[in-house]
Ligand binder design. Structure first.
Ligand code: IPE
Ligand code: IPE
Ligand code: MG
Length: 236
């Protein structure tokens, strides 16, 4: 498909790591290890396809409820991959940005997040957004708190609040809304991901488990996206 339109912003709910491991008789952690490799590959694939923004849901505000062992394993993986990602991002001219509430992480992880953002901020290619300790309702709560504080301090007039104002108080301020949302593993729900931002995104659900997600799957999702007629609520 030579003349296909590449969506500017693709968001992905990477789901199915646990089931991938279970199918192989492996601990859940191994599914996450494999899933991380697929994230690295997807960053390169997306950048080469010309996607301008790629957002992935890596850890939700609800994921803290998983077993201590699994949460620890995910934190360790995050430490390891933050270092690798720095290299991959710079090699591919990718700018990295994190959304979510980072203060809950260990200090060394917060430093790594900061370093990733700082070291890649001048890259001019794709923006890779990672949602960690992210939940849409939490993001909206934090944004509303800041709006109320600004209103109290006289920086924001209630009658001036528009949809753009609200967007500017969210973690995704400055990023365009996703054009296409992909969720893997056959689940068809949003799980508290980008509720405001996905208002008019095309939704694509794939049965493939995240560790099996390959470039062909991404291309397939883009092809389905191309066949859809987008309406944005105000079209005929
Ligand atoms: C997604 O895979 C990764 C994270 C939520 C961190 P899951 O761990 O949710 O895998 P399943 O849904 O149990 O298969
Ligand atoms: C959503 O997947 C969160 C991430 C992919 C990080 P989950 O597997 O945690 O979602 P639920 O619990 O099935 O809704
Ligand atoms: Mg899951």
């Amino acid at each position: 498909m030579e003349d296909r339109i590449i969506p500017a912003h693709v968001a992905i709910i990477m789901d199915g790591n646990g089931r991938w491991a279970k199918k192989r008789g492996l601990p859940r952690k191994m599914g996450h290890v494999e899933g991380c490799k697929v994230v690295e590959q997807t960053v390169e694939d997306a950048a080469r396809l010309g996607i301008r923004y790629l957002t992935v849901y890596a850890f939700s505000t609800e994921n803290w409820k998983r077993s201590g062992d699994e949460v620890d394993a995910l934190m360790q993986l995050f430490r390891y991959y933050a270092k690798r990602l720095l290299k991959i991002a710079n090699e591919n001219n990718v700018r990295v940005k994190m959304i979510g509430e980072r203060s809950r992480f260990a200090p060394d992880i917060i430093d790594k997040i900061h370093a990733l953002e700082k070291t890649t901020e001048k890259n001019t290619g794709m923006t890779f957004v990672i949602a960690v300790n992210y939940g849409s309702r939490d993001e909206i709560c934090r944004g509303v708190r800041r709006m109320l504080a600004d209103s109290r301090d006289g920086i924001l007039e209630p009658e001036c609040v528009t949809q753009e104002t609200i967007s500017s108080y969210l973690d995704t301020a400055g990023l365009p809304d996703p054009d296409l949302l992909i969720r893997t593993s056959g689940e068809e729900r949003l799980s508290n991901f980008l509720l405001w931002q996905l208002a008019y995104s095309e939704l694509y659900f794939s049965d493939v488990l995240w560790p099996d997600f390959k470039k062909e799957e991404l291309v397939k999702a883009i092809e389905v996206y191309n066949k859809r007629e987008r309406r944005f609520g105000n079209a005929k």
